[in-house]
Design a protein around this ligand. Sequence first.
Ligand code: GYE
Length: 334
Amino acid sequence: MKRTRAHLPSRKVIAVLAAALLATGMAACGNSDTGDGGGKGDGKITLGFSQVGAESGWRTANTTSIKESAAAAGIDLKFDDAQQKQENQIKAIRNFIQQKVDVIAFSPVVESGWDTVLKEAKDAKIPVILTDRAVDSADKSLYKTFLGSDFVKEGRLAGEWLVEQKKAATGPVNIVELQGTTGSAPANDRKKGFAEAISANPNLKIIASQSGDFTRAGGKQVMEQFLKANPKIDVLFAHNDDMGLGALEAITAAGKVPGKDITIITVDAVKDGMQALADGKFNFIAECSPLLGPQLMDLAKKVHNGEQVPARIETQETTFTQEQAKAALPNRKY
Ligand code: GYE
């Protein structure tokens, strides 16, 4: 009894203190929420990011870069994986708007069909950053900036290398092309840049071109079809390493030597691709960097603060031959 009685007043005190603390906390929360555009109230920027999926080595490295950079920059990241479906991305963006995140960033799986949801974000006054891939919206005020590679240039660099390699060819050089995800910016642009470059030599002909959806399984399956339908294939241009790696299996299974019987050109330069290049199975890679995280976090802070940012920020990239891949591999981060 004595003990209970002794505890009663202090319990009351605790209850009063707790109520007081709660009230202060809520007030603080309310204050910073107004300043934060609806964040959690802890002063941190909340970034909603809708990722395409996990279709390739490039994508995995990109996701890691974004997660690590958000943590390092003290940004509260809400990450959503759309499993390569536009409808999932639209849903994720609408959720971010409802949650009143401070900034939305996303890598659009395809180029078209974004105007409505982007307009919704704009009406909610949430700035949007395009990461990695572009949209074809005519209204450029729907997003603040686009951070990513020049995919047309990557395709062109791949094509120019081939033109140089085959400059002595006297007969037709048969090329097959593994396209990325249908309707995606990298598939559209790499196709365009490559076609433009190889038009310099009429001997270079694309005899088949189909999507392998940027995956290894897709690359293997489509390459099998190409090999069945075309007895003479001299060159494979794959829009990413993963499809090229999948195609290696199909080529070997067909009794051909990749890198010798068939010249293989890819894009990305992720570790597995670089290994295939160093091993002589690939012949050339146009680099596409997935390490967009640090720049994205920097941009998120700037647009949140209302600072002006450039409308387009291009990633710096290079190309690799077999010898250059051997030299670069030991220090390759992804
Ligand atoms: O090349 C490919 C990935 O959008 C640049 O998407 C990216 C591309 C990359 O699946 O591997």
